[in-house]
Ligand binder design. Structure first.
Ligand SMILES: C[S@@+](CC[C@H](N)C(=O)[O-])C[C@H]1O[C@@H](n2cnc3c(N)ncnc32)[C@H](O)[C@@H]1O
Length: 270
């Protein structure tokens, strides 16, 4: 693949923004019924709550996860960026990820960290109809949108939405059959990533599963086109090693489509 020039990258960004803007009127209509004052009750919205790095210009948008407008645009952005960058639909990214857990696995409790609008959890909810969910994120706006989507899909009774920092979740040891996340570590500074992985391990039940997805750690990653302040940290991680160092075993690193990868693994039975 030829190296992308600065012009290529600018043309890409312009096209992404054009497509997101075109999608926004229908997004605003879809979420017009959200009563933000009501939905945000019980969540913290003060800037001191968030980890420092959240205030940086991730994707070129300063404080993007701390305001409703950017969060409302998230799914529209993914629907544009994933196919453009990775040549695959968002739906297949999520469905393929859920399929990495064998269908006959007993999955009763699922935690999603840094869930955003919970597309990952929705795919798992379709695959494991008996499972209940904790959908978590630091962003209350993402949580409100995720809840709206879970309700619309008819899964609202199966999920709780909680404002949780992935580094210190507060859940007891050995809580969940499956701990999952996606597209989180390319946005966390290097000090955070091993700590979040350790936390994921701590709260996974013995015999339970870990499931993760992110973009490729190379020149042609999604993040080569869009501002990602901690890209350098991310590309220097060996995630097979980091998941193993956190304690996970039976790890499989699975490349998918153009520039995506999954990690699936287990926590040993004691
Ligand atoms: C790139 S988005 C990914 C959203 C979603 N997982 C997806 O795949 O579409 C990253 C999300 O992680 C959240 N986040 C970032 N740092 C976090 C942390 N320390 N704890 C919990 N959530 C975090 C952000 O608020 C944002 O919703």
């Amino acid at each position: 693949m030829p190296r992308k020039t600065a012009q290529d990258k600018q043309a890409y960004r312009t096209e992404v923004i054009r497509r997101i803007n075109a999608a926004m009127p229908s997004v605003m209509q879809e979420y017009a019924s959200i009563n933000w004052a009501e939905e945000l009750k019980g969540y913290r919205t003060d800037h001191e709550y968030y980890p420092d790095y959240i205030h940086a210009p991730i994707h070129g948008v300063t404080d993007g996860y701390t305001n409703p407008q950017s969060c409302l645009a998230w799914d529209a952005a993914m629907d544009v960026i994933i196919p453009l960058s990775h040549n695959v639909s968002c739906l297949s990214l999520r469905e393929k990820m859920a399929e990495l857990i064998p269908q006959d696995t007993q999955i009763d409790t699922v935690l999603e960290l840094g869930a955003g609008t919970a597309e990952g959890a929705l795919a798992l909810a379709r695959r494991f109809p008996q499972a209940t969910f904790r959908i978590t994120d630091v962003s209350p706006y993402m949580l409100a949108i995720a809840q709206h989507k879970f309700n619309k899909a008819g899964f609202g009774e199966r999920a709780k939405f909680e404002q949780v920092d992935a580094r210190h979740t507060g859940y007891p040891d050995n809580s969940f059959d499956l701990v999952t996340s996606s597209l989180l570590f390319h946005e966390t500074p290097k000090e955070w990533t091993p700590k979040i992985l350790k936390e994921m391990y701590r709260i996974t039940k013995p015999g339970g599963w870990v499931l993760y997805a992110d973009t490729f750690r190379g020149e042609y990653a999604l993040s080569a086109y869009i501002e990602e302040p901690w890209l350098d940290d991310f590309i220097h991680f060996n995630f097979e090693y980091e998941f193993a160092k956190a304690g996970f075993t039976e790890l499989s690193y699975i490349p998918y489509a153009a520039g995506l990868w999954y990690m699936v693994g287990r926590k040993l039975e004691t």
